[in-house]
Design a protein around this ligand. Structure first.
Ligand code: MEV
Length: 310
């Protein structure tokens, strides 16, 4: 019986999370941590040996409409769920890639990224296509960056928001991830920012400032100015903290990393999850993160997006 195995990478966000939900710019890089989905046709849909349950498997429940028959689904992951590293996007992208090959639909990356985004949007509530586009495309992407800031890939819109996705070339640089070990669901954190922003002009101004910080970061990246980029990442962390999406554990890991880094910030939705540090002393940053109780790893970027595994 035919079996298809596909994988897709997680991501880190250099600048722009949360504000990107409201159409502001953001930059994300795919990382060398992946989720693999193996699918084969079956008489009923199972996930890792158990009958699919809509409550436990909301993403698969939504995405099964792309398959013409029930499936046996098996997953392997080296991205902790709720770590801020794009596990749900990688799950959606790898599953949809496997199903498109199984169905011979020759789905292109634009359609794959749109379908994966709609899965996030349906299950998680308000979301941007940042994580799913990074997972489908791989390498580096920007959303709503200035024209000419990278090769155009595709547009994705929902309701009043539209995002233009571009491929971005990133200079050689080393990032360390520090995982707090705290699981934080994205949906409630996005909702918390939305409520704050709708109620208070101050929060809305902070979202605008995150957008401007990201534009400045894109300029710094295009000039290869790592020092400036680091400063902007640290500034972004402060702005995200004002929005209420950081926490003590993240602040501690950011603080200790800054001693040996150009800049550091939370990455992803926050509330736990992970932080990143831009550094040329990765071992020192890893040691500092470990001593503060985090789990560090030096991340490799420039990895390929969703694809079939032989
Ligand atoms: C989560 O990785 C990034 C957020 O901006 C949500 C989203 O863009 O969908 C917090």
């Amino acid at each position: 019986m035919r079996t298809v195995r596909a994988s897709a990478p997680g991501k880190l966000i250099i600048l722009g999370e949360h504000a990107v939900v409201y159409g502001k710019p953001a930059i994300a890089l795919a990382i060398d941590r992946r989720i693999t989905c193996t699918v084969s046709r079956s008489s009923e849909t199972t996930v890792n040996g158990r009958v699919m349950d809509a409550d436990k498997h909301p993403y698969f429940n939504h995405m099964m409409k792309y398959s013409s028959s029930p499936l046996k689904i098996e997953t392997e992951s080296d991205i902790p769920s709720g770590s801020g590293l794009g596990s749900s996007a990688a799950l959606s992208a790898s599953f949809l890639k496997a199903v498109s090959v199984m169905e011979d639909t020759c789905t292109d990356n634009r359609k794959l990224a749109t379908d994966a985004f709609l899965a996030e949007y349906t299950v998680q509530g308000r979301a941007s296509p940042l994580d799913t586009s990074a997972s489908v495309h791989g390498n580096g992407i920007s959303l709503n960056g200035p024209e000419g800031s990278g090769e155009y890939l595709w547009d994705i819109s929902v309701n009043e928001n539209k995002w233009t996705v571009r491929d971005v070339r990133i200079p050689e640089m080393t990032m360390v991830i520090g995982y707090t070990g705290l699981h934080a669901a994205t949906g409630p954190l996005v909702e918390k920012v939305r409520r704050y922003k709708d109620k208070c002009k101050f929060a809305s101004d902070i979202v605008d400032e995150i957008g401007q910080t990201t534009v400045d970061g894109m300029n710094a990246l295009s000039k290869g100015d790592i020092v400036k980029l680091g400063d902007l990442m640290t500034r972004d962390h402060k702005l995200l903290s004002i929005l209420g999406v950081s926490c003590n554990e993240l602040n501690k890991l950011v603080n200790v990393s800054l001693r040996h880094s150009y800049g550091a910030k939370l990455t992803g939705a926050g509330g736990g999850g992970s932080m990143i540090a831009l550094t040329d002393e990765p071992e020192k940053v890893c040691e500092a993160i470990s001593l503060r109780g985090g789990t560090p790893f030096i991340v490799k970027t420039g990895v390929h997006g969703a694809g079939v595994e032989e």
